[in-house]
Design a binder for this molecule. Structure first.
Ligand SMILES: Cc1cc2nc3c(=O)[nH]c(=O)nc-3n(C[C@H](O)[C@H](O)[C@H](O)COP(=O)(O)OP(=O)(O)OC[C@H]3O[C@@H](n4cnc5c(N)ncnc54)[C@H](O)[C@@H]3O)c2cc1C
Length: 464
């Protein structure tokens, strides 16, 4: 159905962005054929390093007219194959669009291009005393990728997810038209929420070319508590009770002794505490030392007196903060390094079901004789679960994985959960989304896709 790119197309694309920024098939690095997890692979016919909305607009108008598939790529740190050009065609690399345009201090809004890396946003705004709160684990992701996947992260408990921090965006539609969704306003009841539809649409509806992000004053202080429990169940059961209290934690993360072990091996550094089976990591932020000390004392009392915690370790020195948070940030890569190949499950379930869900993954691990480590954003009911291939034969792996995933997503459905809390659907999770949401909702999504992209040229084969 799609047009195969030929020399004439290449010449036209070069006339838009220059010869240097159009890289053809044989010269494209293997990295562009996959994302961070590498389970989905496909090479683009042509890679284009774009620098402006105008360039993208001209490329899209041409691609739309000639039926050439186009896939957008940020840093490629995704985990569900969303940025992989399944139908080949054009891959747009957004990382050269990396200008921080500036802060509108009166409206507390940051204006950036989509290829700016998350870590550069923090650095820029925090120097000026402002805070962009979403805190996904991979800081080398682009902000465009974060918005396109509605990335979550560690601070979602208190501050919400990426969607809550996007006020407006400039986009190029598949037709090539440039438009803006949302405005720099505090409220908006103006028609359908098109901006929010593009957020989390994984590059299937429009290409984000500029973002206007909400900022708040930087909380000056933060403190974390590492709280060990005898069992995972005890640890997880403490979460609703912490949230019912008047404490307002920024993060509530869960992990176990095994995951700490993977991080120690991966980083070559000892974690400050590894005597117990399960841990909750709590963070509080605030405007003064007094403020965060008060919160952390109350949290420690609650944990020790009412929640069955075995100890409370205060993570207040810079050295300890580095040890704990570096390890937390490395969990995914550490588990990946512990095995030959893995696939992941990013389910989200109601918070009161997390303990049962983790117990269920342990049952699956025994039943299928496969290693299934996990950790997660306990405060959000969002678990990251990894099915590790280890020494399982290639011939068995695919069918085993399908059986494990089938059970896991069926269980998530039964518990009132969803396929993905933050990593998205991409290519890898489409069938599971259909099973949980049902055909009616998928048809509504198809209808939306058709309105934005009647020729199905933008990131075909993804999400629906
Ligand atoms: C170690 C590690 C930790 C992680 N931790 C978290 C976490 O805590 N929370 C979380 O949510 N995710 C996490 N992720 C997943 C990943 O980092 C996020 O999904 C991130 O948002 C992807 O950004 P990217 O720039 O790498 O996008 P890519 O992987 O390149 O692309 C992802 C999707 O966004 C689309 N896209 C990219 N740019 C644009 C654009 N300008 N316009 C339209 N569509 C676009 C692509 O087409 C694709 O569909 C983690 C990943 C790793 C490797």
């Amino acid at each position: 159905m799609y047009h195969k790119i030929g020399p004439e197309d290449i010449r036209y694309l070069q006339s838009i962005v220059g010869e240097m920024d159009v890289i053809t098939h044989d010269f494209i690095s293997e990295d562009y054929a996959k994302d961070e997890l590498g389970t989905v692979r496909s090479t683009p016919d042509v890679l284009i390093k774009v620098e402006s909305a105008i360039e993208i607009s001209r490329i899209m108008a041409y691609a739309n007219q000639h039926l050439i598939p186009v896939t957008v790529r940020g840093s490629g740190t995704g985990l569900v194959g969303a940025c992989v050009p399944i139908e080949h065609g054009i891959l747009l690399d957004m990382t050269k669009m990396n200008r921080i345009i500036g802060i509108d201090e009166k409206n507390l809004v940051l204006e950036v291009e989509p290829g700016v890396l998350l870590m550069n946003i923090y650095e820029f705004v925090e120097k000026k005393g402002y805070f962009y709160a979403p805190d996904p684990g991979e800081k080398t992701a682009t902000i465009g990728g974060n918005v396109a996947t509605n990335a979550g992260g560690m601070r979602a408990v208190k501050y919400g997810v990426t969607r809550d921090w996007v006020k407006a965006m400039e986009v190029v539609l598949p037709s090539g038209e440039i438009t803006q969704f949302g405005r720099i306003v505090a409220k908006n009841s103006t028609g359908y929420a098109l901006k929010d539809l593009v957020i989390g649409s994984e590059g299937t509806l429009a290409i984000i070319t500029k973002l206007f992000l909400k900022l708040i004053p930087l909380p000056e202080k933060a403190i974390s508590l590492l709280v060990p429990f005898e069992t995972a169940r005890d640890a997880i059961f403490s979460v609703p009770k912490i949230l019912q209290s008047t404490l307002a934690p920024t993060a509530i993360e869960f992990f176990d002794r095994n995951t700490i072990g993977f991080a120690e091996d991966f980083l070559g550094k000892k974690f400050p505490e590894r005597r117990y089976d399960a841990y909750i990591l709590l963070t509080f932020d605030g405007s003064s030392d007094e403020d965060i000390q008060k919160q952390s004392h109350r949290a420690a009392e609650l944990a020790l007196n009412e929640l069955g915690a075995l100890d409370v370790l205060i993570v207040d020195t810079q050295e300890r903060k580095d040890d704990v948070w570096k390890a937390r940030g490395a969990f995914l890569e550490a588990i990946k390094a512990s095995t030959t190949l893995m696939d992941e499950c990013d389910v989200v379930v109601p918070r009161d079901k997390i303990a049962d869900y983790i117990a269920f993954t342990h049952d699956c691990s025994h039943k299928y004789n496969v290693r299934i480590p996990s950790f997660g954003h306990a405060g959000d009911g969002n678990l990251h679960i990894y099915i590790c291939k280890d020494n399982i034969a290639d011939t068995e792996w695919k069918s085993l994985l399908t059986r494990v995933f089938d059970e896991m997503y069926d269980k998530a459905k039964e518990m009132g959960g969803l396929v993905s809390g933050e990593h998205g659907i991409g290519y890898a999770k489409k069938e599971y989304m259909r099973r949980i949401l049902g055909d009616t909702q998928i048809e509504i999504m198809r209808g939306i896709k058709k309105v934005f992209d009647p020729n199905a040229i933008l990131n075909p084969g993804k999400v629906i």
